[in-house]
Design a binder for this molecule. Structure first.
Ligand code: HDE
Length: 703
């Protein structure tokens, strides 16, 4: 019989494990119950607190007879299980979330009253959720896609949600087009595919009919949408917001996150293969980094500008398809965000967190960006349908950490129990019920005039100038990646007229780009360019828009894989491993067998990963340390051949000893500056800190 004890001080009922939970019935499957040895466990109960004596068998009329409707325990458990899922987000369903803090390093007191932006040194707790956009909650981490970058700051003056993306511009100018955009990018409704991909007809059909998308199209075809790690992406608030100071004066602001580890992306072939090797690549990376104490960190920066400055820009800052080049309005770094705590429970926190761009604090206000204005409505509405109750703010991850009180009452799943007779404001019957206060939120004083109507401002008509600026700002390698991505995506589009229409738009962006894509698609003649609504302006290139220019030569936060087999030289492995760790990398030993390999000196070296399940796409650089015999054996293994061939094809540094060279020869992998002798650890570390861009022309044909 179970021994049930009531602990006198905690009041919790504890069950001593070690005996059968039920003297009479058989455990599940007729086998032995797996029991964790020893320990005091709380008694398992129903949701009403009823202790259970048997969690293995439902109530039956006889041992082989029907199950009884009377079994309220079975019904409670199954009913709860049946309702475990809630509607997933229409967009941004797949995500990784973490807790952390924001620390202000420079005050914006001149511009805002928001305490989070004026109290230098204060640490504000926050929750950050980074997502893909198009795929469902169970989709892979590495499709070509925009990454959502949403931060909920639990400030002393209420929650502030900065719900941005890793790309500073958006596809559309007006919120009314959002459902069309999303329906176009999601799985096609008749066939239910493709999941999490833009490479299909409906997406490009919509885009080809939406010239305002062209700037964002340049960004999504760049390697920004295939990041190496969520710790290596930038974040942008996208819209212009307002900061409002004590005097009630407002200044426009754009918000930026810049990763401490620098920007880094994968190459397309690598991203595709990672999707097969580890569907949770980005989530796992974040989890492991936080668990190891390597807390992901970003700088927080602002671009501040006045109405007068805005009037002089050659674009309209209220148009979300435009960015403000850093060369025009420099970034001012004012703080940092550190993510230092993984959630206790994925569903409770990462799934139930509810962001709304309308969650602001006194001193922060909105601009008239029509996309932002639409979002101010959409997110609250979404949370009501997704979380099912107007009380979603009571869920712990959503609740403010400062006091909050009002006269809103009741509703589904009300958790609060307000006492007293009064549920309205103002009143004379209660001395301590909440009242409005002068220090509360004031909307910025803005004069609005003009004609009401469904009008797109003239100043929103320029669709190509910044797309062109983005393309021309890229390094030659990055331009080639953009052209190749366009060829890849459009090659998946069945309708010729859509492909032609897209190349027509590219002609306005840059002739060379249009020609490369047209050649890649096998066009004999150039399609016509559509009529542009406004002339394409000449804008200075902005190097800040590159990835390669913003990569840091570093191994910090990166991973090195060392492939070994029986007979490998232990001293060389040790030397490479030490050098990589000293440079800040995580190192994994990969061997053909799970247990590891017997080294030349007879000792065993444990493996962190088995070769077939740990391909080189999971590393930033590799070393191949093999005996001749080991190399010969691995030359027959396709996983080993792929290991070195992919590392080479993905432009990674490779350190080899003589056996490693034998494997490279069998795999037909060539020599270049990124393939180095394992004895020269410094050369290996230097090469491993970057990618071998020069190699690219020898491994693939780019558009
Ligand atoms: Fe969103 N967006 N969005 N969006 N968005 C949602 O809200 C919407 C837009 C962004 O991790 C939804 O809670 C409209 C721009 C992020 O939970 C939904 C429009 C930007 C997230 C919604 C936009 C974003 C969302 C779906 C056009 C970058 C994930 C679930 C007016 C600045 C937040 C939800 C998280 C999520 C609507 C455009 C970023 C449906 C109507 C522009 C990061 O409410």
């Amino acid at each position: 019989m179970s021994k049930v004890k009531t602990s006198s001080n905690s009041g919790k009922r504890k069950l001593k494990i070690g005996s059968s939970p039920n003297g009479k019935s058989h455990p599940a499957g007729g086998g032995e119950l797996h029991q964790i040895a020893g320990g005091e466990h709380p008694a398992l109960t129903t949701n009403q607190g009823l202790e259970l004596s048997d969690n293995q068998n439902s109530l039956r009329a006889n041992p082989r007879g029907p199950t009884l409707l009377e079994d309220f325990i079975l019904r409670e458990k199954i009913t709860h299980f049946d309702h475990e899922r809630i509607p997933e987000r229409i967009v941004h369903a797949r995500a990784t979330g973490a807790h952390g803090y924001f620390e202000l390093t420079a005050s914006l007191e001149k511009y805002t009253t928001a305490r989070i932006l004026t109290e230098v040194g204060e640490k504000t707790p926050l929750f950050t959720r980074i997502s893909t956009v198009a795929g469902g909650a169970g989709s892979v981490d590495t499709p070509r896609d925009v990454r959502g970058f949403a931060v909920k700051f639990y400030t002393k003056e209420g929650n502030w949600d900065l719900v941005g993306n890793n790309i500073p511009v958006f596809f559309i100018q007006d919120a009314i087009k959002f459902p069309d955009l999303i329906h176009a990018v999601k799985m096609e409704p008749d066939r239910g595919f493709p999941q999490s991909a833009t490479a299909h007809d409906t997406f490009w059909d919509f885009i080809s009919l939406t010239p305002e998308s062209m700037h964002t199209v340049m960004w999504i075809m760049s390697d920004r949408t295939i990041p190496r790690s969520l710790r290596m992406i930038e974040g942008f608030g996208v819209h212009s917001f307002r900061l409002v100071n004590k005097a009630g004066e407002s200044t426009f602001v754009k918000f930026h996150w810049r990763p401490k580890l620098g920007l880094q992306s994968t190459v397309w072939d690598e991203a595709v293969k990672i999707a097969g090797a580890d569907q949770d690549y980005h989530r796992r990376d974040m989890f492991e980094a936080i668990a190891a104490g390597n807390f992901p960190e970003w700088e927080f920066a602002v671009q501040l500008f006045t109405q007068e400055q805005a009037d002089s820009f050659p674009f309209d800052h209220l148009d979300s398809t435009k960015l403000i080049p850093e060369e025009l309005v420099p970034l001012k770094v004012i703080g940092r965000m550190v993510l230092d705590r993984w959630p206790d429970n994925f569903f409770a926190e990462t799934e139930q967190v509810a962001f709304c761009p309308s969650h602001v604090v006194p001193g922060i206000d909105f601009s008239n960006d029509p996309l932002l204005q639409g979002r101010l409505f959409s997110y609250l509405d979404t949370q009501l349908s997704r979380l099912g109750s107007a009380n979603f703010h009571q869920i712990p991850v959503n609740a403010p950490k400062c006091p909050f009180a009002n006269q809103q009452r009741d509703g589904h799943m009300q958790m609060a129990q307000p006492a007293g007779r009064v549920a309205y404001e103002p009143n004379t019957l209660s001395g301590n019920s909440p009242r409005e206060t002068p220090k509360g939120f004031h909307s910025a004083t803005v004069t609005e005039t003009g004609e009401k109507g469904r009008i797109r401002a003239e100043s929103f008509a320029d669709h190509y100038s910044q797309a062109r600026q983005f393309y021309l700002s890229q390094s030659a390698y990055e331009q080639a990646h953009i052209a190749s991505a366009l060829v890849f995506e459009l090659s998946k589009v069945e309708h010729l007229h859509i492909r032609e229409a897209m190349v027509g738009h590219l002609r306005h962006i840059e002739k060379d780009l249009a020609q490369r894509v047209a050649a890649g698609l096998g066009f004999d003649k150039m399609p016509d360019a559509p009529k542009a609504a406004a002339p394409v302006q000449k804008m200075e290139p902005s190097p800040a828009l590159q990835i390669i220019g913003k990569m840091k030569d570093t191994l910090v936060g990166r991973a090195v894989g060392i492939l070994i087999a029986d007979g490998s030289d232990g001293a060389t492995i040790k030397k490479i491993k030490k050098a990589a760790i000293n440079a800040g990398a995580g190192v994994k030993i990969i061997a053909p067998r799970v247990g590891g390999a017997k080294l030349a000196d007879g000792s065993m070296l444990a493996a962190d990963g088995q070769l077939a399940g740990t391909p080189s796409v999971l590393f930033d650089a590799i070393a191949v340390i093999l005996s001749e015999k080991g190399a010969k054996a691995l030359s027959m293994e396709s996983a080993a051949i792929d290991f070195v061939r992919d590392a080479f094809g993905h432009l990674k540094a490779i350190a080899i000893d003589q056996g490693g060279q034998t494997l490279l020869n069998s795999a037909n992998v060539g020599q270049d500056a990124g393939v180095v002798d394992a004895d020269d650890k410094d050369a290996f570390i230097a090469a491993a800190k970057t990618r071998q861009w020069e190699r690219e022309k020898s491994v693939r044909t780019l558009a």
